[in-house]
Design a protein around this ligand. Structure first.
Ligand code: ADP
Ligand code: ASP
Ligand code: MG
Length: 494
């Protein structure tokens, strides 16, 4: 069996959904297929927007809900023959009435909990998947719909719930083994906790749903269908020169997604990696493009750096003071203070002088971090052994990723050199001993520039030389090329 996942843009409207049906129709001829779908593009934002407007007492939430209703009514009318529309039209109306009741409650109370947010945002996938299943059948492609809330069990950490794999795997297998249909349509993103209350897997979580199902059923492949032709060397929204990466390892894909490559939701890789299930990233709007293959070992096409990614909204917190030098236990207390506030640590650096520890966190947590750390070190601060926590905001992380980096010297030198020559100041640096990732913390205003100069340094210089070489204008290009990395071979093929 295989699992195909289609994201928001791929199912944004009737026209796109028709493309999805065509792709699944072709693909399902070779194997039994589970199709995981997102909400219609932009709908999750629309619903969460309605929720925040109701919380702040703004009646505009009603307009958002009516937009939600219109988009789905429109999709039903364009995809389903009139005679079969009534059940779906009333499903859309009923969902809108429920959403309106929930938002009215939030409006009156002025209170929006994480649990209510999940309930509200869950309607996006819940309804898109039912419309899409009906559209398959209207196109004479037999498909059944199954609610992911009956298959995926999580804890109650609303808005980013954690999956109970044992229970989930057994429910998925139980259902799948009792189902003979060759195409099953399932909503992504949504789940329930042990009490049957609706939860979600986090923004972008439909990729994760697909991976959970693929792993539970030992799928032959997971295909993630989106709006770009694969994982790229950098975020295509930040550089015009980004290129498709034909092959990438699970580890590299995981690093790139953790450091901001939105094309895959970071937790997605783990379940499929554990079972060595190949993952393809494919483009719904250019289905014949090869895409990217993610698997255990990436074929060595000579690339030293596989990709560049970035995350914004980073705050750097620094605990400094001469009283920390040589005394064990300071970092333990610092990280305990962060973990007691459930603050996720993104990056850590400590100089060997032990005079300061620097931690990169999400900037939304900076206030909480300052408060808890200053309390934890109140005595040392009073005795002037350490300084009150320093917090620096408006920062971003830019990272180079590649398993091959460990076999080459001078990568970080080239990275810092390129950034330095272009006036990008580096505030902190981190590199794990696995050398799969070199991360720098820089001002957010410099991210686009940094991505572009790094892309040029690691992906385009050799490309230009190859062009020079191929165009026959000089052996100079060839000689220089030989001294650089063989990454050029990759570009020469294109
Ligand atoms: P979907 O709705 O299909 O899940 P997403 O919007 O979540 O799609 O992810 C696809 C988008 O990710 C692309 O349109 C692209 O702009 C963005 N993106 C960011 N970094 C990368 C990258 N390294 N490679 C490919 N796409 C990327
Ligand atoms: N619809 C959800 C979101 O926008 C999940 C997803 O599309 O992956 O975050
Ligand atoms: Mg996505």
């Amino acid at each position: 069996m295989q699992v195909l996942k289609f994201g928001g843009t791929s199912v944004a409207n009737a026209e796109n959904i028709k493309k999805v049906i065509e792709i699944v129709k072709q693909s399902s001829q070779k194997d039994k297929t589970i199709v995981v779908v997102s909400a219609l593009g932009g709908v999750t934002d629309l619903l969460l927007n309605a929720a925040s407007l109701s919380e702040t007492g703004n009646e505009l939430y009603k307009e958002k809900l009516s937009e939600f209703e219109q988009r789905h009514l429109e999709a039903v009318k364009q995809l389903i023959p009139v005679a079969q529309q009534s059940q779906l039209l009333s499903l859309v109306k009923k969902s809108c009435n429920e959403l309106e009741d929930i938002c009215n409650g939030i409006f009156l109370l002025g209170e929006l909990t994480a649990r209510s947010k999940d309930r509200i945002s869950s309607y996006g996938e819940w309804i898109s998947s039912q419309i899409i299943a009906a559209a398959f059948n209207a196109n004479k492609v037999d498909a059944v719909w199954k609610d992911a809330k009956e298959l995926i069990v999580t804890n109650s950490a609303f808005t980013a719930a954690e999956v109970d794999f044992k229970e989930t795997d057994s429910k998925i297998n139980g259902y799948y083994n009792s189902q003979s249909a060759s195409i099953i349509i399932i909503p992504g993103f949504i789940a329930t906790d042990k009490n049957g209350v609706t939860t979600t897997l986090g923004r972008g979580g439909s990729d994760y749903t697909a991976a959970i199902i693929a792993s539970a059923l030992n799928a032959k492949a997971l295909e993630v269908w989106t709006d770009v032709s694969g994982m790229m060397t950098a975020d295509p929204r930040l550089t015009n020169n980004a290129r498709i990466i034909p092959n990438i390892s699970y580890q590299e894909a995981m690093e790139l997604s953790h450091f901001g490559a939105k094309v895959i939701y970071p937790p997605t890789i783990q379940p499929v990696m554990n079972k060595a299930i190949p993952v393809w990233i494919k483009n719904t709007f250019a289905p014949t493009d090869t895409g990217t293959l993610i698997e255990s070992t990436s074929s060595s096409n000579g690339n030293i750096v596989r990709g560049i990614s970035s995350i914004n909204n980073i705050a750097l917190i620094s605990l400094e003071g001469s009283g920390m030098v040589g005394i064990p236990g300071f970092s333990k207390r610092l990280f305990e203070a962060l973990s007691s506030e459930k603050i996720n640590v993104i990056l850590i650096t400590q100089s060997s002088s032990e005079h300061s520890i620097c931690v990169g966190i999400d900037s939304k947590d900076a206030g909480k971090a300052k408060h808890s750390i200053d309390i934890a070190f109140a005595n040392e601060i009073a005795l002037q052994k350490v300084e009150p926590l320093k917090v620096e905001a408006d920062l971003s992380i830019v990272a180079l990723v590649g398993e091959n980096m460990k076999n080459h010297t001078g990568i970080s030198g080239r990275m810092f050199g390129a950034m330095g020559r272009n006036g990008v100041n580096i505030r902190a640096i981190a590199q794990g001993s696995s050398e799969k990732n070199i991360s720098t913390v820089i001002a957010t205003k410099n991210v686009k520039k940094a991505i572009n100069v790094l892309h040029e340094e690691f992906f385009e210089t050799t490309f230009k030389l190859v062009n020079l070489f191929i165009s026959g204008t000089g052996n100079v290009g060839g000689k220089l090329l030989a001294q650089l990395n063989p990454q050029a071979i990759f570009y020469k093929k294109e």
